[in-house]
Design a protein around this ligand. Structure first.
Ligand code: UD1
Ligand code: MG
Length: 470
């Protein structure tokens, strides 16, 4: 089958009330138009055209990396006019054109394939996917005379009888290329000043062409996004689908409704996800991990049997097998946490390599550091990595022991097996196996407290005398 696809995405999206083009509004972290493009891509059509508006450079720039060509609809004069813009880019194409609304992000490629199959089998000139809408909605109604489709009537133009019809238009059509000649017969809709693509159905039926509407999916898959409420609904439909998919492959969720899993994230079996966990971007989580509540992991790779304790943020980093992170830890981009390492309470790691088995359990900042294996980082250790102009590295070799409240004024290197005494400010390299101490020695002023107390008492007596003289 000669196949071309057209995605209509040039509408103003007025109902979103947004400065961001509707096509770029994300559904679970991915622009809604990208969802549609990803489904379309799987059909491997000869041409993929995305119709965008004149001022939609943002869309072109954001989504330009896809195997699609853009057609520009000069004015948003309706879906019929938008298809005309695409047809100009399909001159000489002879075959089937699959048209999908850019605001129907959850449609499955399998559903699109089913439509194409029925379209071919029934030798229809125009086929469309319809579905049964529940509750109040504003979709176009499929009008039938017996079984035969005769027209689509838009919600705004529907009278009481038509409003009762619950079989509605999904905005997804398969059209033989010769049918595009009918586009010029679509008249402007007086109520809205737009050319409705849906009118092509009545025109085609009037001319005796074969038209079919096929109920191929349900509202959760075919929901069209016009408002923020639709966007929210589509997001939760998809999240539910994603969670089901991962449960089927062996992942446990304590509360499926409160988690966010990016459509392209991956999770290994026997991993347990607690409530309010966000797994964003192309994050990969291994098997046997436990992700405790209020955690966000974005664009990262976690090995197997990793534990992420409560309220932790991990960004663009790698966490290796059996490592434990949190609670309240922040792993910033470019970090690698080694196998069985432990990053504990209120620890921030930035662009650092933390060796296997190394522990930084409390209240530390390690930035631009390279820490070897089995190092112990005491509570409150800080790398002073920034001198106001440049960032510098701290190197801590394997088996080193860093006492609490140490500052490393980078660049600095701590040799293998060296010790740093608690409370030190390290400004020079420490040789392997040495003990570095930079704090001032402790001294005692005997009976200092007693003298202070006596001093206080004397001044109190003086004050009282002064007051009584007044
Ligand atoms: C449309 C259908 C309706 C269907 C519903 C399914 C028409 C007239 N109505 O209504 O029957 O039930 O989708 O979700 O087609 N677009 C352009 N250029 C324009 C106008 C729109 O490219 O000038 C694009 C939009 O960006 C959008 C798509 O076409 O991706 C559909 O437009 P929209 O305004 O959302 O139509 P609906 O009112 O949802
Ligand atoms: Mg719509």
């Amino acid at each position: 089958m000669n196949l071309a696809t057209v995605i209509l995405a040039a509408g103003l999206g007025t109902r979103m009330k947004s400065a961001l083009p509707k096509a770029l509004h994300p559904v679970n972290g991915k622009p809604m138009l990208q969802h549609v493009i990803d489904s379309i891509k799987q059909l491997k059509a000869q041409n993929n055209i995305v119709v965008i508006g004149r001022n939609n450079d943002g869309v072109r720039n954001t989504l330009g990396d896809n195997p699609v060509a853009f057609a520009v609809q000069k004015e948003p004069k309706g879906t019929g006019d938008a298809l005309k813009a695409a047809v100009q880019r399909l001159k000489g194409f002879d075959g089937t054109i699959l048209i999908v609304s850019g605001d129907t992000p959850l449609v499955n490629p399998a559903t699109l394939r089913k439509l194409l199959k029925l379209h071919k089998k029934n030798r229809e000139d125009i086929s469309m996917i319809s579905f049964i809408a529940g509750g109040a909605h504003a979709y176009g109604r499929i009008i039938r005379d017996g079984q035969k489709v005769t027209a689509i009537v838009e919600d705004k133009d529907a009278g009481e009888e038509h409003k009762k019809i619950n079989e509605v238009n999904s905005g997804i059509y398969a059209l033989e290329s010769h049918m595009t000649a009918l586009l010029k017969e679509i008249k402007v809709n007086k109520a809205k000043g737009e050319y409705y693509l849906t009118d092509i159905v009545g025109i085609a039926v009037g001319k005796g062409y074969r038209v079919g509407a096929h109920i191929l999916g349900n509202e959760t898959e075919l929901t069209g996004i016009n408002t923020r409420a639709d966007l929210c609904k589509a997001g939760s439909y998809q999240r539910d689908r994603i969670v089901s998919k991962w449960m089927d492959s062996g992942v446990s969720f304590i509360d499926r409704a409160s988690v966010f899993i990016h459509p392209e994230a991956e999770i290994g079996s026997d991993t347990v996800i607690y409530p309010n966990v966000h797994i964003e971007g192309r994050t990969v989580i291994g098997s046997g991990c436990v992700i405790y509540p209020n955690t966000r992991i974005t664009g990262s790779v976690l090995g197997n049997n990793v534990t992420i304790k409560d309220s932790t943020l991990i960004e663009s980093s790698v966490v290796k097998d059996k490592a434990a992170i949190g609670p309240f830890a922040h792993i910033r981009p470019g970090s690698v946490i080694g196998a069985s390492a432990k990053i504990g309470n209120f620890v921030e790691i930035k662009k650092s390599l933390i060796g296997p088995g190394t522990k930084a359990s409390h209240l530390s900042y390690l930035g631009d550091a390279e820490v070897g294996e089995n190092v112990n980082i005491g509570a409150g250790t800080i790398t002073c990595n920034y001198d106001g102009r440049e960032k510098h590295k701290t190197l801590i070799e394997k088996d080193a022991f860093i006492g609490s409240d140490t500052q490393f004024v980078a660049p600095v290197r701590i040799g293998k097996g060296a010790y740093v005494g608690a409370g030190s400010t390290i400004t020079r390299d420490v040789p392997p196996l040495a003990l570095a101490l930079s704090r001032t020695g402790q001294r005692h002023i005997e009976k200092w407290a007693l003298k202070k107390q006596m001093g206080n008492e004397k001044s109190e007596i003086k004050n009282k005398r002064r007051k009584s003289k007044k």
